[in-house]
Design a protein around this ligand. Structure first.
Ligand code: SF4
Length: 430
């Protein structure tokens, strides 16, 4: 979501005649878009700001901070970082050109307006980068208040975009050459929950009918909001890719309750089983937190057991870190950092072996790949992704970029697949 917010800001600034660069030394304006979901990201941000302060002193550039840390700190960010020129919360990024304009006139600019404001949702960055896949925000915010999570405090409550706006944006993107869209939201499958616009499965059906769009993905899904109707879409909508990111967070019902997740492990396992009944080849990835306050060794073993049973294609796992404002920050029975990291290492090692096993199981199969770019590792190789969102590297040429090709998987590695091109495809294979 932050990456897409950067695209939105770049689009707004380019309409004012500015070009995007990744090179801080050649930039006149530097924007640091922040995330505070984990303590480590916040620590990295403050250390980066220390380095940028020196560059600003030397070059006199305009320096702004946007995103979740800005919203968390609000006006205090201007006191903590007296050298910054502007700061915007996530719901105020549509004002970035105005902020740069003020800052250029030495007029500091801050806006952390109400998170119910929808203007930031309506910014459509188009396809300025001439890509073949992009993100489309369909909702923002979250009403769930998982006890460890700061998102509802910095991104606000759920607000869904009108389906007619989303459809129009995607129709426009298809005319600009976009083949793959990823629908974005903190809790995307509760899109328009309780509202009078169409439901998320109905939105998917509408997008599936748009000419030129070949692939649809969405992220992130809360297991409780994964309805049977949505599960039915896998396998029945030909453009909906066979992959889902479905965070489970813990394999212990006791810990899930402390986390306020709103489902049990049995319910989670049932949804996984329904997904696989509907779509046998679906790739499932998840998030998991270890070392949550009160997590015992037995609780952790239950997490290992769930990972063993579900056999995720990939897992994003983290050691718990307390976040300001959240209920879990006040929970007793803290797990020591050493213990949390020891468990994390065990979990990641085990998951790595499962991911390798999943990737090896692809050997000999033919997959449809959207060719994205040249491989970073070899000039002769191209890289792309399968519908199951796995990276495939294969011999090819740059004129393949943006096309769908059939690739036979010849080798599965821990982080990617190696393949051999069969032929261009017009649509779906497996
Ligand atoms: S559902 Fe996701 S975004 Fe919402 S509070 Fe829980 S972890 Fe945070």
């Amino acid at each position: 979501m932050n990456e897409h917010d950067m695209e939105k800001m770049a689009c707004l600034l380019s309409s004012k005649g500015m070009d995007r660069t990744q090179d801080v030394n050649s930039a006149d304006v530097v924007i640091v878009n922040t995330c505070c979901i984990r303590e480590k990201a916040e620590q990295k941000f403050y250390s980066l700001m220390g380095r940028l302060k020196k560059i600003k002193r030397r070059k006199g550039l305009v320096l702004g901070v946007t995103g979740c840390i800005a919203q968390q700190e609000k006006d205090a960010i201007g006191e903590k970082l007296p050298f910054i020129d502007f700061s915007l919360g996530p719901s105020s990024i549509h004002r970035v050109a105005e902020a740069v304009d003020h800052a250029s006139r030495k007029d500091r600019f801050f806006d952390f307006s109400d998170n119910g404001c929808t203007a930031s949702l309506l910014v459509e960055p188009g396809n300025a980068n001439k890509k073949f896949k992009t993100y489309v925000t369909i909702m923002k915010g979250c009403n769930n208040f998982c006890s460890y999570c700061i998102v509802p405090y910095v991104r606000g409550r759920e607000v869904s975009r009108e389906s007619s706006d989303i459809m129009r944006e995607i129709e426009n993107l298809s005319t600009l050459g976009i083949k793959e869209v990823t629908l974005l939201g903190q809790n995307v499958n509760s899109y328009n929950k309780g509202g009078d616009d169409i439901s998320f499965p109905e939105l998917l059906k509408g997008i599936n009918a748009i000419n030129g769009i070949e692939r649809i993905r969405f992220v992130t899904s809360h297991p409780r909001d994964l309805s049977n109707e949505l599960i039915e879409c896998f396998g029945s909508l030909n453009k909906l890719c066979e992959s889902i990111h479905l965070p489970f967070q813990s394999g212990s019902d006791r810990v899930l309750k402390l986390m306020n997740r709103g489902y049990t492990t049995e319910e989670y396992r049932k949804k996984v089983s329904l997904l696989r009944q509907r779509c046998a080849d679906i790739a499932i990835t998840a998030d998991c937190i270890v070392g949550f306050p009160g997590e015992s060794e037995d609780d952790f073993e239950l997490t290992m057991g769930l990972v063993n049973d579900v056999r995720f294609d990939g897992l994003f796992s983290f050691a718990y870190s307390p976040r300001k404002f959240t209920a879990a920050a006040n929970l007793p029975d803290e797990v020591s950092r050493e213990m949390a990291f020891e468990r994390l290492t065990r979990l990641q090692k085990y998951q790595k072996s499962i991911t390798l096993e999943c990737n090896k199981a692809m050997e000999g199969k033919v997959a449809e790949v959207l060719v994205e770019d040249r491989s970073k590792h070899s000039r002769e190789e191209m890289t792309g992704r399968t519908r199951t969102n796995k990276i495939v590297n294969f011999q090819g040429s740059s004129d393949m970029i943006g096309s769908l090709v059939e690739v036979e998987i010849v080798k599965g590695y821990a982080n990617s697949l190696k393949g051999e091109v069969r032929k261009p495809t017009g649509g779906r294979t497996c």
